[in-house]
Design a protein around this ligand. Structure first.
Ligand SMILES: C[S@@+](CC[C@H](N)C(=O)[O-])C[C@H]1O[C@@H](n2cnc3c(N)ncnc32)[C@H](O)[C@@H]1O
Length: 299
């Protein structure tokens, strides 16, 4: 990733543009890989009702699930729409503001076609855009009836959610008894978890300008693409355990070990080594029964 050469938002957008232009095929391959792993863990998905929380403007996880035969609803706080054109950007402008409208337009015009082509090449068939239901929502109450979903999935969204307990309560509401979750969270305390564009690939392309873990230290470089809640792994764990029986809490790849010097380790002593080096965690689990949830609330 190039270090930002211009200051502020302009520098951030220039770096994001470069990142998109050089990386969109890699995003598609990574996404196909994530889906393959999810299918091995939770699939097959044919005829299952799935909610994709924070599906994003490319709604790739919704598309891959639909291609596998699932009935999918993708929701996001940003207006997400398979159609392109002026009317869509005018609606995003109204609902989410100018910055979001510009970012989505840039994605659609510059990267979307190439990205979807690569994703289709990875999976070996066309993507069923027409089979996915996309909805914008208020960020806490899903536009779905109670007990109507078999599986809730989410990829790199929970670190952006302001009220995680409220969203988890609504995940529990829409899941049928015994329904499952498969949620991947980008870990805030990791090197890339600060979401600085210069630290997208800490081991392959470390930044020469932004100090490692700047977001936990001096915070000299604060321009990042989106808001973060700064929650730590143990915070999430308590919140998820309230509603779900956790089958697996999987720490995914490690990053940045070579950059964790003795001086930085001392400076960040309040964080464990695991917190600093784990890029993200995958949460797999099953909805607890009402009795289990109320017992836990009393205890
Ligand atoms: C980093 S993007 C990830 C998008 C997609 N899941 C992906 O992997 O490409 C984070 C997304 O979360 C959405 N988001 C933020 N807060 C949310 C909330 N409370 N509920 C649902 N989505 C939210 C943002 O609009 C954005 O599309």
């Amino acid at each position: 990733m190039p270090d930002p050469i211009l200051p502020g938002r302009i520098g951030l957008y220039a770096s994001m543009l470069h990142y998109g232009l050089t990386g969109y095929r890699d995003f598609a391959r990574e996404h196909a890989g994530f889906f393959e792993a999810m299918r091995a863990d939770e699939g097959p998905f044919a005829d299952r009702h799935v909610l994709d929380v924070g599906c994003g403007k490319s709604y790739w996880l919704s598309l891959l699930l639909a291609a596998d035969g699932a009935h999918v609803v993708g929701v996001d706080t940003e207006l997400v729409d398979a159609q392109r054109g002026a009317a869509k950007y005018a609606r995003i402008l109204r609902v989410n503001g100018a910055e979001r409208a510009l970012r989505t337009a840039a994605w659609d015009v510059l990267f979307a076609n190439g990205y979807y082509r690569e994703l289709e090449r990875c999976i070996g068939h066309a993507l069923p855009h027409e089979k996915v239901t996309l909805k914008v929502y208020d960020g806490s109450h899903f536009p779905l009836p109670d007990a109507s979903v078999d599986l809730v999935v989410s990829h790199e969204v929970f670190e952006h959610i302001a009220d995680v307990p409220a969203v988890l309560a609504d995940v529990a509401r829409v899941l049928r008894p015994g329904g499952r979750i498969y949620i991947y969270i980008h870990n805030f305390t990791s090197l890339s978890g600060g979401h600085h564009i210069a630290w997208k690939h800490p081991d392959k392309r470390p930044s020469r300008k932004v100090p490692p873990w700047d977001h936990l230290r001096e915070r000299r470089f604060v321009d990042i693409p989106s808001w973060l809640n700064s929650l730590r792994e143990h915070d999430y764990r308590a919140m998820f355990e309230h509603w779900f029986e956790i089958d697996e809490w999987r720490a995914t790849e490690e990053e940045g070990r070579a950059l964790l010097t003795a001086d930085i380790r001392r400076e960040l002593a309040q964080f464990s080594e695991r917190e600093l080096l784990t890029k993200g965690f995958l949460v797999r689990g099953k909805l607890r029964s009402v009795q289990q949830v109320s017992k836990a609330a009393i205890a």
